[in-house]
Design a protein around this ligand. Structure first.
Ligand code: HEC
Length: 130
C-alpha cells in the first residue's frame, strides 16, 4: 500500500515537472521569434540602432534595462512603460550612448525617426488606457 502511494506521488510530481518544463519551452520559442510587435519602420530603426546592445546578444547592462527579445512577454502596461522610457532617452539624446555615437555615427537617429517613435509611444498610451 505504501509503495503504491509513493509511486502515485512520484508520478504526479513528474507530471507537474513535465508541464512546467513544457511551459518554459513554449515561452522561450515565442521570445525567439518576437520580431513582429513593432511597425516595420520602427523595426528597422531599432535593429539598425538599438538591437546590437538591447537583445539577448547584447551586454548585460543594456539587456537588463531593455531587451527587445523579451518585448512580447511584457504585459501591455510594461510595454507602455518601456515605450515611454525609450521616448525619454531619445528626446534627451541619451541613446545610443555617446561612445557608440562617436564610433558609429550612422546609428544616430534623425529627428524624423525620433518623431515616429514618439507617435508610436503615444499610440500605445491611448490603446492601453483603461
Ligand atoms: C552601444 C550599446 C547601446 C546601444 C547601441 C543602445 N543602447 Fe540603450 N543602453 C545601453 C546601456 C549600456 C544601457 C544601461 C546603462 C545606461 O542606462 O546608460 C542602456 C540603457 C537604455 C535604456 C534604459 C535607460 C534607463 O534610464 O533606465 C533605454 C530605454 C535604452 N537604453 C534605449 C535604447 C534605444 C531606444 C536605443 C536605440 C536608439 C539604444 N538604447 C541603443 C547601451 C546601448
Amino acid at each position: 500500500m505504501k509503495i503504491l502511494k509513493t509511486l502515485a506521488r512520484t508520478f504526479l510530481l513528474s507530471l507537474v515537472l513535465i508541464l512546467l518544463l513544457g511551459e518554459t519551452e513554449t515561452r522561450g520559442q515565442q521570445a525567439g521569434k518576437s520580431t513582429a510587435p513593432f511597425p516595420e519602420t520602427l523595426n528597422r530603426i531599432f535593429s539598425n540602432s538599438c538591437t546590437p546592445c538591447h537583445t539577448n546578444k547584447g551586454g548585460l547592462m543594456s539587456r537588463s534595462r531593455l531587451n527587445f527579445n523579451d518585448w512580447t512577454l511584457y504585459s501591455p502596461e510594461k510595454q507602455k512603460e518601456k515605450a515611454d522610457l525609450i521616448r525619454s532617452v531619445l528626446e534627451k539624446e541619451k541613446m545610443p550612448p555617446k561612445s557608440a555615437r562617436e564610433s558609429r555615427p550612422e546609428i544616430i537617429l534623425t529627428k524624423e525617426q525620433i518623431g515616429l517613435i514618439k507617435n508610436w509611444a503615444d499610440s500605445l498610451n491611448s490603446v492601453n488606457k483603461k
